[in-house]
Design a protein around this ligand. Structure first.
Ligand SMILES: [Zn+2]
Length: 75
């Protein structure tokens, strides 16, 4: 099988351009999707007064200093 120099040059060029185009599409779509904002709840301990935040979405969270369970002040 004899491969002409034109095909020998353009076929790898074509695949390289397709790869660049596909990665451009991938990264441009990936940048458009924003990450969800990481919201945290703020707690104030009723027994020791320690103020702390927790990223987990829970109504009650244990105090880091004394271990008492406290309700969230706000989201
Ligand atoms: Zn506490």
């Amino acid at each position: 099988m004899i491969v002409s120099p034109t095909i020998f040059f353009f076929v790898p060029l074509f695949f390289a351009l397709v790869a660049i185009f596909a990665s451009w599409l991938y990264y441009s779509f990936r940048m458009r999707v924003p990450l969800p904002p990481r919201r945290s709840r703020i707690y104030r301990c009723a027994s020791c007064g320690h103020v702390y935040a927790d990223h987990r979405d829970r109504p009650l969270c244990r105090c880091l200093k004394c271990g008492a369970m406290n309700e969230a002040l706000r989201r």
